[in-house]
Ligand binder design. Structure first.
Ligand code: UTP
Length: 416
């Protein structure tokens, strides 16, 4: 242990992070070992680069942004049946799996527990997880299959998530047979001086690495290998917080298969030019999503000859990938985006600080940053009222909250 400690002290000194051992003597042996292991696994060069990135405010303007082609699911005529039949065949052959990303912190909603356990207030009091599961089971029945379900959690919420499923008898699924949990990656949080934070437990303060961590964690956790063994070729990846998410869509699959693309995404029409959503586009000739913060007012307002917004296809985290594409995307890192957040930490005297305003940087990869790794992808416009009822905020916000999601859900399923 001592040699190990000396070696680690030297690493920390090189990177100006010696404070990470400030509380070392006060923690027990198990934690001591854990802390040393954590430190050994930190990519300090990456942390230095990420800290530097927090100081750069100007965004590159050299990217060439252009509109992207899309298909409108409800304007397809004979092709609708054509694509649907292709997709149905693949689903019946067991080639589709669903992945739910449930590793987010859900800070805006403010629910105490994993977001998937949240009850949106339906008469049934079903959680988001159960609503998603209901639809998955229902769709599976139509094709005579059980759609394998993979759930991404974070280190922070994995235990609570798995316990919730266990308590609910996995909603009829079978753990490790057709239901799998895997944990996404994490990165240290740093303060405004670039120092890595120490959490309440005396260990490194880590935070989930964003939904873009999905590719790497699917591969590293062995899930893509498992999928291949099960004969799965396509993965629908969606968020846990859209209670109308349609994970099994033969038309989307048929489009992907027929057009020989490895990624096919759903979009809904942007409600108005100012709506705060990312939209599909081409960036330097490759498919991408441009964030609402990055789009100019002129681009946001631009319309085509039919009066439709040129950049009007909103990204709703409903994307289908071939397993091979996920493996390729997971093989090289995505850029990290910085978020300024509130984070409790131990100060140099070992006192717990609970800030009332943001004090630390968190780094997250975004799933759509991987889109640029393929040359072509299909975008399928679907109806917002049928497929998009997100639960992002608390009811007080009035938008994308439990109340709005509940109303959309009830309307879609005729529950009133
Ligand atoms: P959001 O970006 O809306 O984040 O996630 P969030 O964590 O749910 O909520 P806030 O921003 O803290 O309020 C969209 C989807 O991506 C998942 C979320 O669980 C949600 O399903 N996600 C997000 C992850 O799985 N991991 C992450 O690190 C981030």
């Amino acid at each position: 242990m001592n040699d190990n400690l000396e070696e680690i002290k030297a690493i920390l000194k090189r990177h100006g992070q010696e404070h990470l051992l400030n509380h070392y003597e006060k923690i027990d042996d198990i934690c001591k070992k854990k802390l040393l292991d954590q430190i050994k696994n930190i990519d300090f060069q990456l942390i230095d680069n990420l800290y530097r990135s927090t100081k750069i405010s100007a965004k590159s303007t050299s990217d060439k942004i252009a509109p992207i082609d899309y298909l409108d699911k409800y304007k397809l005529k004979d092709e609708y049946k054509y694509y649907e039949n292709i997709g149905k065949k693949a689903i019946k052959e067991g080639k589709l799996a669903a992945v739910t990303m449930a590793g987010g912190q859900g800070t805006r909603l403010g629910h105490n527990g994993p977001k998937g356990t949240y009850d949106i207030g339906l008469d049934s009091h079903k959680s988001l997880f159960e609503l998603l599961c209901d639809s998955l089971k229902e769709e599976g029945k139509k094709y005579g299959v059980i759609i394998p379900w993979f759930i991404m959690t974070s280190k922070e919420n994995n235990k609570a998530t798995v316990e919730f499923f266990e308590k609910n008898k996995y909603f009829g699924y079978q753990k490790d047979k057709n239901l799998f949990f895997f944990i996404q990656g994490e990165l240290p949080m740093i303060d405004t001086e670039g120092k890595i934070l120490i959490g309440e437990d005396g260990l490194i303060k880590l935070a989930a690495d964003g939904h873009g961590g999905i590719y790497e964690s699917l591969v590293k956790s062995g899930m893509t290998k498992k999928m291949k063994e099960m004969g799965v070729e396509w993965i629908f990846i969606g968020g846990v917080d859209n209670c109308l998410v349609k994970m099994v869509d033969p038309v989307l699959m048929g489009v992907a298969i027929d057009k020989k693309v490895t990624v096919a995404c759903k979009s809904v029409v942007k409600a108005n030019p100012q709506e705060k959503v990312g939209v599909f586009c081409k960036k330097n000739g490759k498919p991408n999503v441009i964030e609402y913060t990055e789009i100019t007012e002129e681009m946001a307002e631009a319309r085509n000859e039919n009066g439709e917004l040129l950049y009007g296809e909103s990204h709703i985290l409903c994307n289908l990938f071939s397993v091979n594409a996920v493996e390729r995307m997971g093989a090289s890192p995505l850029p990290y985006h910085v978020a300024y957040k509130k984070a409790k930490y131990l100060d140099k005297n070992g006192n717990l600080v609970e800030p009332s305003s943001p004090n630390a940087y968190k780094f997250e990869a975004f799933l759509f940053d991987a889109f640029g790794k393929v040359d072509e992808m299909a975008v399928l416009r679907v109806k917002r009222e049928e497929e998009f009822a997100p639960v992002k905020n608390a009811d007080s916000a009035g938008v994308d909250c439990p109340k709005t999601a509940r109303e959309l859900y009830k309307k879609f399923y005729h529950l009133d």
